[in-house]
Design a protein around this ligand. Structure first.
Ligand SMILES: [Zn+2]
Length: 70
């Protein structure tokens, strides 16, 4: 069952994803670069490339789906 959260992770298309852009956790004061976040890669079956979660509270911050343009 999908767990309803107050704040949803932001979906950022791969073309718009910028690894040098500061991201903010929506639920705690953590702010940082994607390299400092917890990254989870998905398998090839998924439409999601990877997601980034807060290293402090593990809230998912950004979801990056695979590019539709190949
Ligand atoms: Zn957080």
């Amino acid at each position: 069952m999908f767990e309803e959260k107050d704040v949803q992770a932001k979906v950022v298309p791969y073309e718009e994803y910028n690894k040098n852009e500061i991201i903010k956790c929506p639920v705690c004061p953590w702010v940082g670069l994607p390299k400092d976040a917890l990254r989870e890669d998905y398998d090839e079956e998924s439409t999601i490339n990877f997601d980034l979660s807060c290293p402090r509270c593990e809230k998912m911050i950004v979801v990056v789906p695979y590019s539709k343009i190949s």
